[in-house]
Ligand binder design. Structure first.
Ligand SMILES: [Zn+2]
Length: 383
């Protein structure tokens, strides 16, 4: 075989593999689709599509669903995805713990694991991640990819360019973990990863534009525009943690008065409650007692709610999304302080007549790890 024929064949094989991922992704996002619908959506000819679906049907990744009822003509037979055909590990790193899940192709968590992190040296963290994934992978035939998310940035999905809480600069975390597990590994900012999961499997499913704002130990934002996850030129899109929001006495560690970190993190709300009431309360207790009518805690929660309204109005003014999903451990603030949040939102938003619905998500901590798994699924579909 001549070299040019060999390279043409390998190029065609690569295109076919990429198209197979796109076929699976269309069904993942939009549900069962007929061959005609798939060919239209992907701009493929009928014969090309049939070739791709034939091999996906043969290896069990797709199966033929029940034909849809139609008044006339032959009913189209939709192709469905076998979600259990592949499994992915999602890993969320915090300062002291590795939280892991294994999900199927639809991001449904099938098993979970927690592992204490003894330190922040990159090799030690990679060892802990590998142990964690191995302990989960035992229950499945294999894990087909690993996604790792953390409070930090990665522009290429391989190297953590910056992570404040781990004190890392330019750590090749994907390679370190790949060396230990020999499966594809991708690294992402944790809010970016959560946004991907919300767009494919959560409250933002099927939307062309979506902002996910998270409140917790930090404040962050993720963005979907034109139907695609956007991460920015340096993987740092949505770094809104020190955005100035309200005139306030509260100050963050960088010395800003009234920024998002000074007013909105769970720690900032606990500090404000301590100053106002003299009581050391958890974030959940502050929200609960404010709901029960404690006046000093109601004032604390309303100031945080007003800060949240100003933040969400700023997001709306900048990107005009179809929906804002409010997530993270502190998201319930959006319900408890809804009047203060809405008043501040109305005061700051430019378009008073058209603003996106704000969807407050009930939040479980394993959603961070599910987000990381969504990034592994994304890498598998788009490779
Ligand atoms: Zn600040």
């Amino acid at each position: 075989m001549s070299e040019s024929v060999a390279s043409k064949e390998s190029r065609e094989a690569a295109i076919a593999q990429g198209s197979a991922g796109r076929v699976m992704l269309e069904i993942l996002i939009h549900g069962p689709l007929s061959r005609v619908e798939l060919a239209e959506r992907l701009g493929l000819s009928g014969p090309s599509l049939t070739r791709i679906t034939k091999s996906l049907l043969a290896d069990g990744r797709l199966f033929e669903g029940e034909p849809r009822l139609r008044a006339t003509g032959r009913p189209p037979q939709p192709l469905e995805l076998d979600a259990s055909a592949e499994h992915f590990a999602g890993v969320k790193l915090t300062a002291d713990t590795v939280y892991s899940v294994v999900t199927d192709l639809r991001g449904t968590a099938r098993a979970e694991h927690e592992e204490t992190l003894a330190g922040h040296a990159p090799a030690l963290v990679a060892d802990a991640i590998a142990r964690s994934v191995r302990s989960l992978a035992g229950s499945f035939a294999s894990v087909d990819g690993v996604g790792i998310s953390l409070g930090g940035n990665s522009a290429d999905g391989l190297v953590v360019t910056e992570s404040h809480f781990l004190e890392w600069t330019d750590v090749p975390l994907a390679r370190l973990v790949h060396d230990r597990l020999a499966v594809p590994v991708v690294v992402a900012n944790d809010v970016t990863a959560l946004t991907q999961a919300q767009h494919w499997f959560g409250g933002g499913r099927g939307l062309d534009s979506l902002a996910v704002v998270t409140i917790g130990a930090g404040i962050g934002m993720g963005l979907v525009a034109d139907g695609r996850l956007i991460i920015g030129a340096h993987g740092a899109l949505g770094s809104i943690g020190h955005q100035p929001l309200l005139p306030s006495e509260a100050v963050c560690w960088r010395g800003h008065h009234g920024c998002a970190s000074a007013l909105l993190t769970t720690g900032a709300v606990e500090q404000a409650a301590l100053r106002a009431s003299g009581r050391a309360l958890s974030y959940g207790e502050v929200l609960h007692d404010a709901e029960q009518g404690d006046p000093s805690l109601r004032a604390v929660v309303d100031e945080a709610g007003a800060a949240l309204g100003a933040l969400l109005a700023g997001v709306t003014n900048l990107i005009d999304p179809q929906k804002i999903v409010l997530a993270g451990e502190g998201a319930r603030l959006g319900e408890v302080a809804e009047p203060a949040m809405s008043a501040a939102f109305a005061d700051t938003v430019a378009w008073r007549t058209v603003s996106a619905p704000i969807d407050v998500q009930p939040f479980a901590f394993n959603e961070w790890a599910r987000g990381a798994a969504a990034m592994a699924i994304r890498a598998r579909m788009l490779r």
